[in-house]
Write a protein that binds this ligand. Structure first.
Ligand code: GLN
Length: 557
């Protein structure tokens, strides 16, 4: 381990889903605000080599990096909070670590040694953590270990962290993000689960330096003292982290408790100056100042998970909407609509549809995000037809763009059977079709990491909506799809009025489809996923242009 690099491991206590990713991102943010160079890593304890093969309702959003790695949504949080771009070395899973060790063993890189789970697996984990820190030349690397302490799955990663601490104790700090329930019948905040979690961590040789106490309400002094005594840390190292209105409040709240100063002390780093949270604080202020509401519908296919709504699946899209809305001084009001609730006919009579398409009329803008497969597709197509005909601002992302092309081909070009071959392999008008190399992958059952993935450049047509929004002729955006607009139909479709205003540099692949402004106030779809590059402090131009159109529609009412 290089002496000048410091590491903060963030582990979860009691239960998952209490904001470990946001806590990790916020810790990174407050140290960055003190002018330290910060990077972040996510460790997911599952066997999957990446998040790409998991179903959205199982895993939530798959966040795609510039280099095409298909990762966990927390990577999106790191990029958004820290304003940096990460790569595959910032992400690891159990599967990925084992795969690397096994490959090395096969290549005789262990030189005849007996390769063992301990220490060889943790050593590989450490090697990866250090490589990520070195690549970023990071002063501080925040490493989030997925799952909660006491689990069997993530123990090998905690072991790696312990080994790093053992070697250079001043370079490694442990933060446990725990949860303090307030059972309704008791009406009192309980610390016991946190005490058990701290002990579970102790039993694998790790002592938390900081405990971030997540709860519905702020922690009182009595609870702080109790946690301090039972968890073996100074009371001022217990940080109260009550529920907040917006996740972007968290870094500011941490600083109210002077968390950065405490972490720097633990890591033996100089506390150079007061954290400069100026820009961030002004963004947070703007996020609360918006007066004019815009009503945006997100028509997607992955909202249902039992009796719960899963907005997590589209988290980057939702955040991208917020950033642009805040920049424009708007207050976004989002409504999630499950596309299968629209019947293909637009009424409630047929199939699953229980929602009339005319409900879309009350929205100022409609977004159709990405997706896969047949489920809910006809509902999406009907919704797109409605917003096209009723001139409601529309932004289609990936599948949303492809289905907009299908809709246009069916209803404007009058190719009634037009479809994507993902759903209708034998259609006479495969306006969206699989590329030959992708066909090969599928034929061989090669599903993992084989889509068109990651950042690709595109050239924009002068004078187009897209060109004006970006204020540039060349862009780079992240992809994740197997199908493309079929080149054979491009000319005909354009002849009917849908313009492909963004193309790959060789002109072969369509990246953006749009209707001219004199026909529709804002109708644009992207083959890529702009949402992955939207940041709080630099909102995405396409989302901004879409929301500006939505706001104009609202004013006209
Ligand atoms: N299912 C489509 C494809 O694979 C779109 C994918 C997406 O929306 N990410 O091309």
């Amino acid at each position: 381990m290089r002496r000048h690099r410091k590491y903060i491991f963030v582990v979860g206590g009691v239960m998952s889903g209490v904001g470990k990713g946001i806590a990790s991102s916020s810790i990174g943010k407050i140290l960055q605000a003190k002018s330290f160079r910060v990077t972040a890593l996510k460790i997911d304890p599952y066997i999957n080599v990446d998040a790409g093969t998991m179903s959205p309702t199982e895993h939530g959003e798959v966040f795609v990096l510039d280099d095409g790695d298909e990762t966990d949504q927390d990577m999106g949080n790191y990029e958004r909070f820290l304003g940096i771009s990460l790569s595959r070395i910032n992400y690891m899973t159990t599967g990925r670590v084992y795969q690397a060790v096994i490959e090395k063993e096969r290549n005789l890189e262990y030189r005849g040694k007996n390769v063992e789970v301990v220490p060889d697996i943790p050593l590989e984990v450490i090697r990866r953590i250090e490589r990520a820190a070195d690549t970023a030349k990071a002063d501080v690397t925040v490493v989030e270990i997925g799952g909660t302490v006491g689990e069997y799955q993530n123990i090998i990663f905690v072991e790696a962290a312990r080994m790093m601490k053992l070697k250079h104790s001043k370079d490694v700090a442990f933060v446990m993000v725990s949860y303090l329930p307030i059972p309704t019948k008791i009406g009192e905040m309980k610390t016991k689960p946190t005490q058990y979690a701290a002990r579970a961590l102790n039993s694998v040789g790790v002592q938390a330096d900081i405990i971030v106490a997540r709860s519905e309400k702020p922690l009182d002094e009595k609870r702080k003292e109790k946690i301090a005594i039972f968890c073996n840390i100074p009371a001022e190292h217990v940080i109260s982290a009550p529920d907040v209105e917006s996740v972007y409040d968290v870094p500011l709240n941490f600083e109210k408790d002077r968390l950065s100063e405490k972490l720097l002390k633990i890591l033996d780093l100089p506390s150079r100056r007061k954290a400069d949270m100026h820009e961030w604080a002004s963004f947070v202020r703007k996020s609360k100042d918006g007066k004019k509401t815009v009503n945006i519908a997100v028509v997607g296919k992955y909202f249902d998970s039992g009796s719960f709504i899963l907005s997590d699946v589209y988290i980057s899209v939702l955040e991208a909407i917020k950033f642009s809305a805040y920049q424009l001084g708007l207050k976004p009001h989002l409504t999630y609509i499950n596309s299968k609730d629209f019947s293909a006919k637009g009424g409630s009579a047929s199939g699953e549809g229980k929602l009339k398409l005319s409900t879309l009329a009350k929205f100022d803008g409609v977004i159709v995000p990405g997706g896969f497969g047949e489920k809910g597709v006809e509902g999406v197509i009907s919704a797109i037809k409605y917003v096209r005909q009723h001139k409601i601002p529309f932004l289609g992302l990936c599948y949303g763009m492809q289905l907009a092309v299908v809709e246009f081909a069916r209803n404007v070009c009058r190719w009634r059977d037009a479809h994507t071959t993902e759903v209708a392999p034998r259609t006479g008008h495969p306006v969206i079709d699989i590329m030959p190399e992708q066909r090969e992958h599928l034929a061989q059952n090669r599903f993992g990491a084989t889509m068109r993935l990651g950042a690709c450049p595109a050239i924009l047509c002068k004078g187009s909506l897209a060109h004006r929004a970006y204020g540039a002729g060349k862009i780079s955006e992240r992809h994740r799809h197997r199908y493309e607009v079929h080149p054979e139909f491009i000319e005909d479709i354009e002849h009917h009025g849908l313009i492909f205003s963004g193309k790959s540099p060789d002109g072969r692949l369509c990246e953006i489809a749009e209707l001219p402004e004199k026909i529709h106030p804002f109708f644009l779809g992207t083959q890529f996923h702009p949402e992955f590059k939207a940041r709080p402090l630099s909102p995405h131009p396409l989302f901004t242009a879409f929301l500006a159109a939505a706001a104009r529609k609202r004013t006209k009412r």
